[in-house]
Structures are given as structure tokens and as C-alpha cells.
Design a protein around this ligand. Structure first.
Ligand code: OSB
Ligand code: MG
Length: 370
């Protein structure tokens, strides 16, 4: 594969609502759109690093820096035949997974377009349709959470995830169960807001038949999660703690979780996502695809990876119109049926960029050539 040019564009996309988690809130989503040009085709992906280092240590600024100073020069000075070569090329660079994933993802898109197959097919995906859920943020009141749950259930979302934090947890879950019943596929995401001191809260949450509790304890822990998992019947799902297939292996070996959330950016790319998927499949651990409030470009990548068979739990890839007045892919990524997204079968990610929308959001553009 000959890479002729790489373009980085920083976009600021205003969200239609304020999205709050235990670590902070977002009203304007920052992202870096990566476009890799070669042999008449162009591949796209986005960096999911956020504006500030509260979910992970990476930020928009660090991701841009790492791509510009280290990763793009490596791409231009190496022979690349497949996206797996990119994964190998970046391996000596410690961490900075979101920066790596953005470039590797754009090359996966370019590679599948050059082969004339869909990204899902190039990854070994099998599904034509995927089930999706939705992640609901922390709201000023429990009633406001209930109103959002009601709306999104009526849109058919197959999993309702609510964000929790100490003081905004059992009450929310209890209210949802009382209002909507035991049958709602419900889970809670704590984004590392608890410690083992909160064991009593975790045991209360354990009473509500949740599908899982996502990342209750520290972002860098798998030991206490294993202790906590032994105390709970609800499966723990790890998000922040898993950065690569070795993390997944250790967490499975220790019994730190029963489920893993795979985010392509957090684990450094689609190649590593596939490895984690395969390892989990071999161990009977179901996986699902987490979200990072991506634009349609990142969502298209999420859809492609979710077409792999062990993605058996609906992910957080909600429709574009939930987040944006106008997405940066033509027509947005919209539900084909209640709670379902189609896996495109046209070459690459299967979505065309909306250049006019990109023009409205872009604040910085740079081009790099060999
Ligand atoms: O923990 O899954 C998370 C958003 C930003 C950072 C971390 C998380 C999230 C979400 C939102 O839960 C998922 C989405 O709607 O894209
Ligand atoms: Mg999470």
C-alpha cells in the first residue's frame, strides 16, 4: 500500500445535550478526523481522545502530537502491506492507544476500499444487522433520567446504560426498575467512581438484576475488581482497565470481570480489538462495543467491529441524530429498525463524508506527505 498523504483535521462538534459522567461533562465533542490517501482511495477514522485527561490520559492535543511526531513519520518510512503491519509498526511506542487507533483505523478503511470489500468483511465480521443500546448520562434529577429512559426505550434501544456516581446510584436504578419493570435490559456505568469502601452500595445494586456493572473501581485496577466480583452475582464489565489483549487475559485469569467492553480507541486499534474479541470468545466472555461519543466516522468503525460473532451484547452505538444536529457522514448513522443498525456492505466503512458539515466544525487542518 502506497500512502501519499495524511490529513489531520481537528473538529469541534456541539452536542445536542450535555453528557455528564462521574469524571466530568461534555457539551462540545472534540475529535481528530484522520484521512489517509493512497492509490486513488481515501480511508477515514477518528481519534476518540477527549479534550481533557479524565477518562484516559490522552487528549486531543497529545493524540495530535503523537501522530505528527512519531506515528506518521513511521508510516512514511516503512513498507505497509496490511493494517496488521501498522499494528506491528506502532507496537514499540508505549500506550497512546487512541492516537494509534485513529491512524490504524483509517488504514483499515483504505485497505478494505482498495480490496473492494466492506470493513466489516475485512475484519471477519458475519452479521448484517447489529443490536444497539444507549448510554444515558448523569442528570440533575432522577426524574430527568426516567424521562430519557422512556424516550430511548420507545426508540427500541436494546440496552439501557445509565451513568452512576456515589450519591446518584441505587436511587436511579430503583426508580427505573419501579417505573419500567424487571424486563428492561439495564446496566450501570460508574467510570471508576467507587472503591472497596463502597461494597455496601455495590451489594445493593446487585439486587436489581442488572446485566452488568461497568468499571466500578479504579481505572488501573484488576485486583480489587476480582475481589468485588467474588462478592457480587451481577457480572462486572471492565472498560477503563483493559488496554490490550494481555490486560484482558490477566483480568479473565484473575476473575476480575465477566464481560469486557471493547473500545477500538482505548485498545489501540481494530487489530487489537479483534485479538481481545477472539480471546474472550475462547474463554466464554461476551463482549460489546463501547462508545466515545463518536461522530459517524467512529460509529462506522464501531459497527464494523460489532459484526464479529462474540459481540453478543448490544453496544453504545446510538444513532447520530441523538448527538448531533448534523453528523459528518451523509445522512448520519440512523437506526434501520428499532434498536438496530445495518452493517454496510459497500467498500470500507460504507459511509460518505459530508464535507460541508466538516467545514462547519473544523478548527485546524494539516497535511503530511512522505
Ligand atoms: O465510559 O463508556 C464510557 C463516553 C465518553 C467516555 C466514556 C464513556 C462514554 C459513554 C458514552 O458511555 C457512549 C456513547 O454514547 O458514545
Ligand atoms: Mg464505560
Amino acid at each position: 500500500m502506497k500512502i501519499e498523504r495524511i490529513e489531520l483535521q481537528q473538529l469541534h462538534m456541539p452536542l445536542r445535550f450535555r453528557f455528564e459522567t462521574s469524571f466530568g461533562y461534555t457539551t462540545i465533542k472534540e475529535l481528530i478526523l484522520v484521512s489517509v490517501y493512497g492509490e486513488g482511495e481515501v480511508g477515514h477514522a477518528e481519534s476518540v481522545a477527549m479534550s481533557a485527561p479524565y477518562y484516559s490520559e490522552e487528549t486531543t492535543g497529545t493524540a495530535w502530537h503523537m501522530m505528527e511526531k512519531f506515528m506518521i513519520p513511521k508510516l512514511f518510512s516503512s513498507e505497509i502491506e496490511t493494517p496488521e503491519d501498522v499494528d506491528r509498526l506502532f507496537a514499540p511506542i508505549r500506550r497512546n492507544n487512541m492516537a494509534k487507533a485513529a491512524l490504524e483505523g483509517a488504514i483499515w478503511d483504505l485497505y478494505s476500499k482498495q480490496k473492494g470489500i466492506s470493513l466489516a468483511k475485512a475484519l471477519g465480521g458475519e452479521k448484517a444487522v447489529i443490536d444497539v443500546g444507549i448510554s444515558i448520562g448523569i442528570e440533575p434529577t432522577v426524574d430527568q433520567v426516567l424521562a430519557k429512559v422512556e424516550r430511548h426505550l420507545s426508540e427500541g434501544y436494546k440496552k439501557i446504560k445509565v451513568k452512576i456516581k456515589p450519591g446518584f446510584d441505587v436511587e436511579v436504578i430503583r426508580a427505573i426498575r419501579e417505573r419500567f419493570g424487571e424486563g428492561v435490559p439495564l446496566m450501570a456505568d460508574a467510570n471508576s467512581a467507587y472503591t472497596m469502601e463502597h461494597l455496601d452500595v455495590m451489594k445493593e445494586l446487585d439486587q436489581y438484576g442488572l446485566m452488568m456493572i461497568e468499571q466500578p473501581l479504579a481505572h488501573d485496577d484488576i485486583i480489587d475488581h476480582a475481589k468485588l466480583q467474588r462478592e457480587l452475582s451481577t457480572p462486572i464489565c471492565l472498560d477503563e482497565s483493559i488496554h490490550n489483549v494481555d490486560d484482558a487475559r490477566k483480568a479473565i485469569e484473575l476473575g476480575s470481570c465477566g464481560i469486557i467492553n471493547i473500545k477500538v480507541g482505548r485498545v489501540g486499534g481494530l487489530t487489537e480489538s479483534k485479538r481481545i474479541h477472539d480471546l474472550c470468545q475462547a474463554h466464554g466472555i461476551p463482549v460489546w462495543c463501547g462508545g466515545m461519543i463518536e461522530s459517524g466516522v467512529g460509529r462506522a468503525h464501531n459497527i464494523a467491529i460489532t459484526s464479529l460473532p462474540n459481540f453478543t451484547i448490544p453496544g453504545d452505538t446510538a444513532a447520530s441524530s441523538r448527538y448531533w444536529e448534523e453528523d459528518i457522514v451523509e445522512n448520519g448513522v440512523e437506526l434501520m429498525a428499532p434498536g438496530q443498525l445495518a452493517v454496510p456492505d459497500s467498500p470500507g466503512i460504507g459511509y460518505t463524508l459530508n464535507q460541508k458539515a466538516i467545514g462547519n466544525y473544523v478548527i485546524r487542518t494539516e497535511n503530511f506527505r512522505p
